[in-house]
Design a protein around this ligand. Structure first.
Ligand code: BG6
Length: 476
């Protein structure tokens, strides 16, 4: 989002660590092309892919093409010219082993400096597993690659409160906070960004958005996909770390925040969202958390036979603010579940009086945040016909149909923000500390054993009790 405080640099060099990995291929590379095609990249840019594999520039360029094709993205019209802007550096990069990166980066900077007369921005994008953040960060510091640079860290930024603190201390030694962009791509989703406009620009929603009208909030992200192609990453993280302490907590912050002083001021937006994270009660593993593991997970190559890693998590989170006191936030996600969906549901209180007993479904406000996004109202209406009977109807607003704009994919939205320096949708160390603090009990001796569930199901039955007296709005 362009604001008075943001600035489009003359040129940028993007250094993509993990350039041959799954995340880069599926998300980051297509997003970079999208940012270019949407005119949100400076005219002059270079991309340097870095990864362990030993490839030459041409082979990496072919890999970029293949990754775009795999994701169903067409090549940009000016691709023949763009190809030459892409370089590759293979091998290890760390404080002890700089490899060729410093030289290749210096050459790219010099080229752009010559062309535009200004110092280019350098955007280091760490699309790598959490264990690689520290060595790369040390390397950037040791080889003076941080001047005029911003560094984007993927999630999870740390794997526990302790490792988060260690990483953050190191990052603060090497970088100034305004250089650090901790990404959580769920915050970049169009419909997640819509939430505060929906609330703060519509009294209809704004007035209902609190415990006075809402009995329960559900943030539900079932996934039907497998983890077979990223078993090593998954085995090291699991559902709770991969999705709960990261994406689902951040979305909860976005749903539950107080009105920021100024929606265009990144500092007020971040402060409002992260005040919510600081108000999270630490999870109660016994009462409020159900973990699951789909049957067959341990047969996947690379997963130990006795793995107790969770591929599913359902949690009841309590937020200690005046607005949300006593309202459970039900968060759920898992792999190999029945469907893929991403949905926030505010379950509204029943009306007063005898009518309440006749309603079949609670009324709801839903925000679907997968794809282009939808806002849905689940409301009670008269059943058409001669009798006075009640039915639940759904009014659906497809955000893709909203005139006047075109959505950006989440990564494109956030990369474009990092280039111009808009931090509104990035997380701070304080916010992540609060998230890891709330998550801490789940990493201790009270962590419940994951319950088995059938692939293609809605996960362990045990999770039903978390939603009582209602039910999970999706599925069962
Ligand atoms: C990633 C997680 O951050 O988000 C994956 O590591 C998950 O496990 C993915 O599948 C979901 O992202 P999206 O863009 O499909 O909503």
């Amino acid at each position: 989002m362009q604001t008075p405080a943001t600035h489009m640099p003359e040129s940028v060099v993007i250094v993509l660590f993990g350039a041959t990995g799954d995340l880069a291929g599926r998300m980051v590379l297509p997003a970079l092309v999208e940012v270019h095609e949407r005119g949100l990249m400076p005219d002059r840019w270079r991309l340097i892919g870095c990864a362990a594999e030993d490839l030459d520039d041409e082979t990496f360029r072919d890999r970029v093409e293949a990754a775009l094709a795999r994701g169903g993205h067409r090549l940009p019209e000016d691709w023949t010219e763009l190809r030459s802007r892409v370089r590759y550096v293979g091998g290890t990069f760390s404080a002890a082993e700089p490899g060729d990166l410093p030289a290749v980066l210096a050459a790219a900077r010099e080229e752009l400096r010559q062309q535009s007369g200004a110092e280019p921005l350098v955007l280091h994008f760490l699309a790598v597993p959490p264990a690689a953040f520290a060595p790369i960060t040390r390397g950037l510091g040791a080889h003076d690659l941080t001047d005029g640079a911003r560094v984007v860290y993927e999630k999870p930024y740390g794997t526990s409160l302790e490792s988060f603190e260690e990483l953050d201390a190191l990052v603060k030694e090497v970088l100034h906070e305004e250089q650090v962009f901790r990404i959580d791509h769920f915050l970049g989703k169009e419909a997640v960004q819509t939430i505060y406009v929906l609330r703060f620009a519509n009294q209809l929603f704004g007035s209902e958005w609190s415990r006075a009208s809402v009995d329960q909030v559900q943030i539900d992200v079932p996934e039907d996909l497998d983890v077979a192609n990223r078993a090593a990453f998954y085995e090291a993280t699991g559902a709770a770390l991969d999705m709960l302490v990261t994406h689902l907590f951040q979305v909860a912050g976005q749903v539950a925040m107080e009105p920021p002083a100024d929606l265009r001021d990144p500092a007020s937006v971040i402060a409002a969202r992260e005040a919510v994270l600081r108000a999270f009660h630490p999870l109660d593993p016994e009462e409020d958390v159900v973990l699951g593991q789909f049957e067959g997970y341990t047969d996947i190559e690379g997963v130990p036979e006795d793995s107790t890693q969770d591929t599913y998590v359902a949690a009841r989170l309590w937020i200690d603010t005046e607005r949300w006191r006593g309202v459970p936030f039900l968060l759920r996600t898992g792999k190999r579940m029945a469907v893929k969906d991403q949905r926030i549901t505010l379950v509204l209180k029943p009306p007063f009086g005898p009518l309440a007993a006749e309603l079949k479904e609670p009324n709801r406000i839903e925000i679907c945040f997968s794809g282009e996004g939808e806002v849905v109202l689940g409301i009670t209406v008269k059943t058409p016909g001669p009798d006075l009977a009640y039915s639940s109807g759904r009014a659906v607003l497809d955000l893709d149909d909203v005139p006047g704009g075109e959505a950006l994919s989440p990564y494109a939205s956030l990369i474009s923000d990092a280039i111009i320096g808009d931090r509104s949708l990035f997380t701070t160390a304080e916010g992540l500390r609060a998230a890891f603090t709330a998550y801490l009990p789940l990493q201790g001796p009270d962590r419940p054993a994951p319950l088995p569930y059938a692939p293609g199901s809605w996960g362990p039955e045990e999770a039903r009790r978390l939603a009582a007296p209602y039910r999970w709005c999706l599925g069962q």
